[in-house]
Design a protein around this ligand. Structure first.
Ligand code: ARG
Length: 464
């Protein structure tokens, strides 16, 4: 029987080679080879433990570790020959180890199965990815804090229903994104604790007859805890689903943020300028400068939501314990992690370079009766019930629409048509600064509150 077609690792009970197409169809090496570093890390820890447990001699352990280290070097130098007939990353590396060090290489798999091996590899890999992603979230948040601090006093219209609602500080608006990203960070930190539990030692499904010492591999690999059930350890992928759920929420936030950047860079809003390096032109319309990075991030959010749905569906029908279905966990998970990491990276690079068009924002805030609520609140302070004030201001706005004047542009006599309670102290209330400064409480848009929020944000990041 040719070793070409029937994998030597399990070929013993087979009487004909695997069909060539089936071999390709069932192989995962094309995508799981990116787990090589974590696979080798897991194998080195396993071999180290086997020696301490008296299963391998010190010389065997050393030969294995040395061989694996050299293989890592071959892979990183691009000199490793990945073979589809060897199915996956695990068997490619093991076969190469045996090539290099002879039969000792075959002892590495003692007390282990690819089932606990792959579950271990994915967790180790995802743990590293989460750490990189957390770093990118922090970098993006630093950019938001810097912008918010610099632009605490810049006034823009705040929107509800995409209609001008009330003036807000541009810094305050940016800090809304900071808050969302803080929760994304929290979620991923929390998810990491459940990713960081060790399935190694579960073997195929029931554990192993060798005197393994899981505390040793747990410590060597930096896991926080040992998985308490071998069947669960090899089969569930809830940690990957949880990651995709947290990643989906983060992408949803980035997608909403993208939508605002797309609107704000349009000629119609013209609120901000994005540097050319984050935009591209059109091949036919010479005037165009398109906000490609935010548009792409908005579009890419769909892939991550898709990964979440894919993984939930992957798991929902599986009986215990490991099933080959689980090989399908990797591509969506890899793609979700890549997409989130790269989207965050693009945003972290881009956000510090956003330039607000301060005068345009201010002008937009001046239009649209954004201080109407302030006039109503002013009348409340003069003793009228809020509902009556709402009605009075409604009449004033109607008059403003007809006469083409904003509230602050009306004379005192014009305003007094609507209520005799209005006196010349009203104009301080109708200015944009007056409106924004009046919202002076934790979480409000007054510039001094924005600066306080920036200070809290800096403390939060410093404590990470
Ligand atoms: N390539 C497999 C996977 O990704 C490794 C585990 C295979 N185990 C097995 N019993 N066929 O899930």
């Amino acid at each position: 029987m040719s070793a070409e077609k029937t994998n030597q690792s399990w070929g013993g009970r087979f009487s004909e080679p695997v069909d060539a197409f089936v071999a390709r169809f069932t192989a995962s090496v094309d995508f799981d080879k990116r787990l090589y570093r974590h696979d080798i890390m897991g194998s080195i820890a396993h071999a180290t433990m086997l020696e301490q447990a008296g299963v391998l001699s010190a010389a065997e352990r050393d030969a294995i570790i040395d061989g694996l280290t050299q293989i890592q070097g071959e892979i990183e130098a691009g000199q490793f020959d990945w073979r589809v007939d060897l199915e996956d990353v695990h068997m490619n590396i093991e076969a190469r180890l045996t090539d290099r060090i002879g039969i000792t290489g075959k002892k590495l798999h003692t007390g282990r199965s690819r089932n606990d091996q792959v579950a271990t590899d994915i967790r180790l890999w995802l743990r590293d990815e989460i750490d990189t992603i957390l770093g990118e979230i922090t970098r993006l948040q630093q950019g938001l804090l810097a912008q918010a601090e610099q632009h605490a006093e810049v006034i823009m219209p705040g929107f509800t229903h995409l209609q001008t609602a009330q003036p807000v500080s541009f810094g305050h608006h940016l800090l809304a994104w900071f808050e969302m990203l803080s929760r994304d960070h929290e979620r991923l930190v929390d998810c990491r604790t459940r990713v960081n539990r060790m399935p190694l030692g579960s073997a195929a499904l029931a554990g192993t007859t060798y005197p393994i010492q899981r505390e040793i591999t747990c410590r060597l690999l930096g896991f926080e805890a040992i998985g308490g059930n071998s069947l669960d350890g090899v089969s569930d992928r809830d940690f990957a689903i949880e990651f995709c759920a947290a990643a989906s929420l983060a992408m949803m936030h980035l997608s909403r943020f993208s939508e605002e950047l797309v609107l704000w860079t349009s000629a119609q809003f013209n609120f901000i300028e994005l540097p050319d390096r984050f935009c591209t032109g059109s091949s036919i319309m010479p005037q165009k400068k398109n906000p490609d990075v935010p548009e792409l991030v908005r579009g890419k959010s769909g892939r991550v939501f898709g990964a979440l749905m894919g993984l939930l569906t992957l798991m929902k029908g599986q009986p215990l314990a490991y099933n080959k279905d689980n090989q399908e966990d990797k591509e969506p998970l890899f793609d979700a992690a890549d997409t989130l990491r790269d989207s965050l990276r693009a945003f972290a690079d881009m956000v510090p370079a956003i330039k607000p068009r301060i005068e345009v924002m201010r002008e937009a805030a001046r239009r649209g009766f954004s201080t109407a609520t302030d006039l109503a609140d002013y009348l409340v302070r003069k003793g009228l019930p809020f509902r009556d004030c709402h009605e009075i201001v409604g009449h004033a706005v109607k008059y403003g629409v007809q006469s083409g004047k904003d509230l602050a542009e009306m004379s005192l006599d014009e305003l007094r048509q609507f209520s005799g309670q209005i006196t010349d102290d009203v104009f301080a209330v109708l200015t944009l600064e007056g409106s924004v400064n009046a919202r002076d409480h934790i979480g409000g848009t007054a510039p001094n509150q924005v600066r306080a929020a920036v200070a809290r944000g800096k403390e939060l990041l410093a404590a990470r």
